[in-house]
Write a protein that binds this ligand. Structure first.
Ligand SMILES: Cc1cc2nc3c(=O)[nH]c(=O)nc-3n(C[C@H](O)[C@H](O)[C@H](O)COP(=O)(O)O)c2cc1C
Length: 180
């Protein structure tokens, strides 16, 4: 239960915080199946005045939980990059990009891999801020995966919470100086 992703030996984040700047343009991208991550993303957007962007797949995941876990497992095992149906068409406008998702099978859902690997996006000049929701395990591995998928970006300390619990979110945003 304590297996670690490769890469987790290296520091997760380059920056504990950045200088506060009221003019930062903030994009909050997220994938959510059951609504928990969407809830957290919306709370982050409220606090930061950021813009929300939902990562969506062409083929929706089963609404049944067990079926969804099976599809997710198969995608992970086979390294499938599901095709996405939503696109950010003005990524250039933003300098801070939050990337959030649920923990799926100890890591980020493959849709997040598709998103961050998209050839149409250049994240290299972005500050990436990972966040996730989970039931009980693999928070750090999932945040680390988001960092690993954006190797050319700078990273701020991430945040993970269980279910729709947003306790700690505001102090995290203050700690990293995204809000004052
Ligand atoms: C396919 C699948 C795999 C999951 N794997 C994990 C896991 O490895 N560890 C964990 O703590 N929770 C796991 N969960 C629970 C979700 O991470 C948790 O319920 C999350 O808050 C759901 O976010 P959402 O409502 O935005 O989809 C899994 C859920 C699903 C559907």
């Amino acid at each position: 239960a304590c297996s670690k992703d490769e890469g987790s030996d290296t520091p997760l984040y380059q920056y504990d915080s950045i200088e506060y700047d009221a003019n930062r343009k903030i994009l909050i991208t997220y994938f959510s199946w059951g609504g928990n991550t969407q809830h957290l993303a919306e709370e982050i957007a409220n606090m930061t005045d950021g813009t929300l962007f939902r990562i969506e797949t062409v083929n929706p995941y089963p609404t049944d939980y067990n079926e969804c876990t099976e599809v997710a497992r198969e995608e992970l095992d086979n390294g499938v990059r599901p095709e996405l149906s939503s696109t950010v068409d003005n990524l250039d406008d933003y300098d801070v990009v939050f990337v959030g998702c649920p923990v799926w099978w100890h890591t980020a859902p493959m849709a997040v891999w598709s998103f961050l690997e998209s050839s149409g996006y250049d994240f290299s000049d972005k500050i990436i801020v990972p966040f996730c929701t989970y039931a009980s395990t693999y928070r750090e591995e999932t945040l680390a995966k988001i960092v690993e998928l954006t190797p050319d970006s700078r990273h701020l300390q991430g945040f993970g919470t269980t279910g729709r619990n947003t306790g700690g979110m505001e102090s995290w945003l203050r700690t990293i100086h995204i809000i004052r």
